[in-house]
Design a protein around this ligand. Sequence first.
Ligand code: HEC
Ligand code: HEC
Length: 304
Amino acid sequence: MSRSKSSYQAFIAATTLLVASSLPGTAQDDDALVKRGEYLMNGPVACGNCHDTRAEDMSPVPGKEFAGGFRIVDTGIDAYAANITQDAETGIGTWTDEEIITAIREGTTPEGDIIFPPMPVPSYNMMSDDDVKAIVAYLRTVKGVHNEVPESTYGFPQQPMPPAKGEPAPDPSDQVAYGGYIVNALSHCFECHTGPDANGVPDFANALGAGGFMIQLAPGAVVSTPNITSDPETGLGKWSDEDIKKAITQGVRPDGTHLSPPMPFPFFANMTPEDLDAVVAYVRTIPPIVNKVERTEFQKTAFP
Ligand code: HEC
Ligand code: HEC
């Protein structure tokens, strides 16, 4: 796939259309903030899916949570996930809270560098102030790991996201709206599961959730994302709620086959039952799109 300047701009324009609705939130004390951040990062937000240091076999290296170095290669992109531990030299230990928040939701560093794609900053742009502060509060508690990460290179001009609105998340009692907030602003399901346009970037306007997006895990290891719309034949229309939950949390389909990375199911396994229910309720509302996606040979052989 290629990300030319114009297709990249279309990608940004399209992603800014994904807007979560909002209701007033509540203030939280410091402990509650750290706990919320820990839950978000180990659960629905799954920053470690990219930021944990990984061994050759893709498994996270113990003691190197968030220490970076995972390489993501795509047309025009050769990116290394940054060290986001508190190490002052190689991590973000000297950054202010505001600087970290700006990096997450708008995609710029204090030096003015732009850090995405592939980091799903367009999704995080919709994150509430409470949740982004909780993530920073938790990051402050993670021990610093000294790990120098190579520089990322981009073969196209990057653009930051506009200033985040920071609107409160919908009230969890509105299950579909809250599920939409998790899916769109936290778990960035659509940045992987939306079908590509002619330029290979997710076509949010026409193929939301339709799958068929190609992700390269390593040279020769390409995976395709499935259709998660409610189409009964090519999507999840005939799956039960339990089927969807089992795929999301255990990485196992109704037919017993296994999901490949980068689907973050080891993180989604830590979601609360209420949040999972909300995700499923929202996923049920994704308008059906007929699009049969074949798994790649790599997926079929490595994750039967
Ligand atoms: C799809 C992979 C991916 C996900 C998910 C992701 N990131 Fe990143 N992130 C990256 C990459 C790659 C870079 C480095 C970009 C560069 O060097 O230009 C980065 C850079 C950063 C930086 C800048 C650090 C620096 O030293 O420049 C911060 C802060 C950050 N990410 C925080 C987060 C947080 C917090 C989350 C979860 C809310 C997250 N990221 C989720 C891939 C990801
Ligand atoms: C980083 C990319 C990524 C993200 C984020 C992601 N997925 Fe996935 N997902 C995948 C890939 C790749 C597969 C297919 C793996 C395979 O076929 O081996 C998959 C598989 C699935 C499946 C199984 C469907 C089928 O027909 O086999 C479901 C259901 C699913 N994802 C739902 C979700 C939901 C809901 C979210 C957000 C909460 C989400 N995914 C976030 C990449 C992702």
